[in-house]
Design a protein around this ligand. Structure first.
Ligand SMILES: *Cc1c(COP(=O)(O)O)cnc(C)c1O
Length: 437
């Protein structure tokens, strides 16, 4: 403990990192080609070769090791909600790390507690709701799956999820993820999961009509992100709530991609047309929560659900880490302070409209909510278009063969987005022909 000149004891050391503390940064040297070569030797090949090696970011732009600038319309896959190197987030993380960087979960920190309180408040969750803090979306969903296993003392073996669902890659979360290529190499997976056709209310009714009381939980994303920014049809979540309630099952909403302001509300299910009025039992968050710092969480609605995971039944060394919690608090704080939810809503609407009004015949549809946007093409050339965009200095994601996904920072402006609108306007109709070998 130190003492200020006024004699006030303080344990904080809020000190900007000084040049005298810095270690030499190896990343300062090397071209993209050199780093890519080194990557191939040192980093496991689970992602394929990196598209570029990036060294710096500021706002909605990033720079690669050759000094080339890119407009980042993917935001680290819906993560960098405040853009890159946001001063408030940087200051919050530095201050927390310079004060108290980590404690085990034998102890708590004010940042962890304040973040849990904030999440409960933003979710409009009732009295007695509680939060489990984790480090990623996968971990949040893993915790949710474990929680649902404990429902009715473990007497409900069925878990429902939707076709096209993406809930993560650990074995539990993977058991809820639909894509065969992700699942099959790792079978057997935890059992009991049944996949229902996406958005199909008859199939949902049928799933509960027989053995409905054996359903522990229904897991859904209000908008499926990885599957191509697909919104559940209006009324689906209301029916899901009705059926889960009738059969005593839990309704779990995976808002890892759609939560924390991405769609213009704190949570996508708060939109009237997506699920307004529906109160879930569990909501999971991650991606945009920490503005780029790894952090995830599970919100359990009400005391009964919150009690399903009891003492000793789940844990994590890093979850609730003070630095991650401070990052999340700062991110939420900036979204509120700067009115970013309204900006996300208005900019998202304008951007979709501008993309539509290019009138390019290669564009079948432009859809999405807030700043989670899909440009659906008439032919399967999304990968080619994304590669061309990258070469032209714009980062977008071909999340299906026909879909370009945008999940840019909330601080994006109309002017900054214009190069992408121009690119879509200029897409050539003969791209399709070029694709055929
Ligand atoms: C990204 C994502 C996950 C997995 O999150 P990670 O942080 O990558 O583990 C889970 N659910 C949804 C809906 C996602 O978009």
């Amino acid at each position: 403990m130190t003492t200020t000149p006024e004699g006030t004891p303080t344990t904080a050391r809020h000190r900007a990192p000084g040049a005298e503390d810095a270690l030499p940064v190896p990343a300062a040297a090397g071209s993209v080609a050199e780093w890519t070569e080194r990557y191939a030797h040192a980093v496991m090949d689970t992602f394929g070769p990196p598209q570029r090696v990036l060294v710096r970011g500021e706002g909605v732009y990033v720079w690669d090791a050759d000094g080339t600038r890119y407009l980042d319309l993917l935001g680290g896959i819906a993560v960098n909600s405040l853009g890159h190197a946001h001063p408030t987030l940087t200051a919050a993380v530095s201050a927390q790390l310079g004060t108290l960087g980590h404690v085990s979960n034998f102890f708590a920190s004010p940042a962890q507690i304040a973040l849990a309180e904030r999440l409960v408040a933003l979710a409009d969750a009732p009295e007695g709701s509680r939060v489990f803090l984790a480090n990623s979306g996968t971990e949040a969903n893993e915790a949710a799956l474990k929680l649902t296993r404990r429902h009715s003392g473990g007497a409900r073996p069925r878990v429902l999820a939707l076709e096209g669902a993406f809930h993560g890659r650990s074995l539990g979360a993977l058991s809820l993820t639909h894509k065969a290529a992700y699942r099959e190499p790792f079978e057997p997976l935890p059992g009991g999961v049944e996949f229902l056709p996406f958005g199909d209310t008859d199939a949902l009714r049928a799933a509960f009509a027989e053995g409905g009381d054996l359903v522990a939980a229904l897991f859904v994303e209000p908008i499926q992100g990885e599957a191509g920014v697909r919104s559940l049809p209006p009324g689906y979540l209301a029916l899901a709530r009705e059926l889960t309630t009738a059969h005593g099952a839990l309704l779990v909403l995976d808002e890892v991609q759609t939560g924390m302001g991405r769609t213009g509300r704190w949570f996508a299910h708060q939109h009237p047309h997506l699920g307004g009025g529906v109160r879930p039992d569990v909501v999971t968050v991650a991606k945009g929560l920490g503005g780029g710092f790894p952090v995830g969480g599970l919100i359990a609605y009400g005391p009964d659900v919150a009690a399903l995971l009891g003492r000793g039944q789940h844990g994590t060394t890093f979850g609730g880490n003070p630095v991650a919690s401070a990052a999340a608090l700062a991110t939420v704080g900036v979204v509120e302070r700067d009115g970013l939810l309204a900006h996300v809503t208005a900019l998202g609407e304008r951007l979709r409209e501008r993309l539509r009004s290019t009138g390019n015949p290669l564009v079948r549809e432009v859809r999405g909510e807030g700043l989670l946007i899909a440009v659906e093409l008439t032919v399967p050339v999304a990968a080619r278009v994304a590669a061309d965009a990258l070469a032209a200095g714009i980062i977008v994601n071909p999340c299906t063969p026909t879909t370009l996904r945008l999940a840019p920072p909330y601080v994006l402006t109309d002017e900054q987005a214009q190069p992408f609108v121009d690119l879509v306007a200029a897409l050539r109709a003969d791209l399709a022909a070029e694709e055929t070998p």
